[in-house]
Design a protein around this ligand. Sequence first.
Ligand code: MOS
Length: 721
Amino acid sequence: MITRLDAPLKVTGQAKYGADHNFPGMVYGYVVLSTIAHGEIEAMDFAAAREAPGVLGVYSPFDPLALRTPTTMFGEAWVPLQDKEVTYYGQPIGFVVAETFEQARDAAALVTIAYRPLPARTSLAEGLADAEDAPPARDGAPPTLEVLEDGVETFEDALAASPVVVEATYSTATQNHAAMEPHSAVAVWDDGELTVYSGNQASNLQAEYLAMALDLPTEAVHAVNPFVGGAFGGKAMVSTPLFLAAAAARDLGRPVKAALAREQVFTATAGRAATVQKMTLGAERDGSLVALRHDSWCSTDAAGSFVEPTSHGTSREWYATRNLAISQKIVPLNVPPTTFMRAPGEAPGSFALESAMDELAVALGMDPVELRIKNNSIAPPGKDLQWASKHLDECFRVGAQRFGWAHRPPGTRTDGDWLVGMGVATAMFPALRFPATVGITLNADDTAVVATSGADPGTGLLTVLSLVGAESLDIPADRITPKLGDSALPPGGLSGGSTATASAGTAIMLAATKAIDELVALASDAGAPFEGREVTYADGRLFADGETMTFGELLRTLGRETLEVTGSSAPGEELTKHSFSSWGAQFVEVRVHKWTREARVSRMLGVFDAGRIINDQAARSQLMGGMIWGVSAALHEGLEIEANGRLANGDFASYLIPVNADIPEVDVHFVEYPDTLHNAVGARGLGEIGTVGVAAAVANAVYNATGVRVRHIPITIEDLL
Ligand code: MOS
C-alpha cells in the first residue's frame, strides 16, 4: 500500500499551513462583518478602535484598501471594502490591523456602524414566487434545453404518451463548506514583490488573480500553499483574508496575517445553494424512460453570481431518455454568496433525479437497480458522441452482489426496535481536464524532481506526481521529489472539477517522454559515451549494444548537473470523438428507530468506474470522504437563515456534521477500466463523484424502511414521526 507522502507531516503537526507562517514584525488583521442583510452603510465610527491599544490601521469602504476586481476563469471576483452596499448579513465591511491578534479582534468590536436598511429577501420560498422572472442561469449554459425524438412535437406530448408518470418536487438545503482550515493568509512584501501563504486550489491562479487585484505584474506575486486544510471548491477563488492581508501589508509596510474565525467562515466565504427541483418522469411499463423533465431553482447572492447547475449537471447526461426537457433558474437573495462545492450541480441534482427514479421504480413495481440498468445510456441524450468507457451496469451488478441487495424485501424489515431499509442510486460526474504544465528535472545523482504549481487540497495529488513520475521515467518512486503548491513552479492549473490527476498526469507523461528523448540524443551525440549508436532507455538507464549507464552517470560524464524539461497538456481532439464521465453505484442501508424515529446509516457501499486508479489508498479516501459528505447532506447539514439574514446555526456548535459514531464502515470498490481515450494516464476524476447519489440512496432506504417518502434534505426526526 502506498502511503501519502504528506501524511506523516500532517499527522505529526509538521505540515505548515498558510496561517502557520510567522515573520519578524508581523501584525494581525481582523475582519469586520455586516449585521444587516441589505442596505447602505451610512457611517462607520472607527474612533474608539483607532485609540485602542496596538491598532495600526483601520480600513472600510470609507477608507478602502486599493483593490481592483480581478477577472478569473470563473468570472469577476468579488473584492472586499470597495463599496458601501451591504447585500447579506455577515458581509466583510471592515478590516482592523493591530500588533496582536487579540488587539485587532478587540478593536474590531469597538467599531460602530450606521446603516440605512433596505428591504431584504432571505427566504428561498419567498424568492421562488418571483422565480419565473429570474435571470437565466449562467453565462455559456442555456437556461433551458429540450431534446425531442423524431415525430414528437412537444415534451408534453411525450409525457401524455407515457403509460407511467411520476411527478414530484424535491428540495435541498444551503450548506457551508466548513473546511478544517479556515480561510486565512499571511502576506509579506519585499521590495515591491509579494509573497502570500494561503490555502487554495491553484497557487498560480491565486498569484495571477491577486496580481490583478493589486495592479502588479503576475511575476511580482508569489503564492505558496504546500498544504491545504480542505478546499472542495471553497478555496478556488481568492479569499477575503488574502485580499485584505496583501493590501494592508503593502499599506503598512509590515507582514500581515489574517484568518477568519470559524463563525466568520460561514458568511465571509461562500457555500452551497439551496435548491428546489421539480422532476417529471414518463416511462413505458417495462421501465424505459420516455420523457424526463428537470426544472431547477437555486438560491444565489443578490448579484446572481453563481448557479448550482442541478438540471444541467444531472439530467442532461445521466440516462437514456427519448425526450428530455431541462430548465435552470436562479433566485437572487440577500444571503452569503454561493459557489462550487464538491460535485456542484450533481450532488443536490442527484438527490432529485435519483429520488424520482426510486419513486418510478415503486410506481412500476420494478427493482430500482434493474430500472437503472434498463435506462443505461451509450451516449448523452441528444448527442452523437458515445461514452468512451462506461461500466455503470457492472457497478450495479457487482454492488448488488457485494451488498446483498437480493435480501432487500419490498416492504419494512425489522431488527429489534429498528426498521431496516436499503436504497440505491446512480452516481456520475463528468470527466474533465484542464491545461497543465509540469517540469521534470533529472539530477546527476539519478534522482528526479516532478514539479507543478497546482495544489494538493487533501486529494493526494503530491503522491500522484511521484507515482506517475516514477512510472513515466521508469525509476522507483523514492527517487522522485514531487513539488507542488508554489506559483513559481510550472503552471499546473486547478485542483478542482476532479481534474488534477488527469491534467497533471498527462503533462508528466509528456514531460517524461521529452526527458527520455533528450537523454537518448545526449547519449548518442558527438563526443558522448554512445556516440553514433542506437540508444534505448529503460529502468532509469541508457543502453547501446549491451553497454549501459544510468541517466545520472550520463549527466556526470557530460559534466552536467541536471537536465530540465517541461511538458504541457490540454484537452483536445478527444473531445470531438467521445463523451467522458466517471460512474458509480451507491448502496445504503438505513435503520430508523421505531420509537425515537432517528435514522442512522448502518452500511454503505460505493462501486465506482473512474478509469485507472493511480493510488488505491488515496482514491478510496477521496471516495469515502465524498460518501460521508453525502450522509451529512442527507441527515445532518443545512443552514437555517433567519428573516433578518443572520445564520441561526453558523458555527460548529449548531451546524450539524456527522461524527465517527454517525458513520458505519464504508465499503469502496472499483471496477477498473483505464480510459486512455480520455487521457494517456487512463485515470478519470474521482474527487467529487463519491458524494453524488448518496443523499438519494439514504432517502430511498428511509422509504424502504418506513414507507415515508421524504423529498427534502436533510431528513430529520420530525419527517419520520
Ligand atoms: Mo471542486 S467543487 O471542483 O473544487
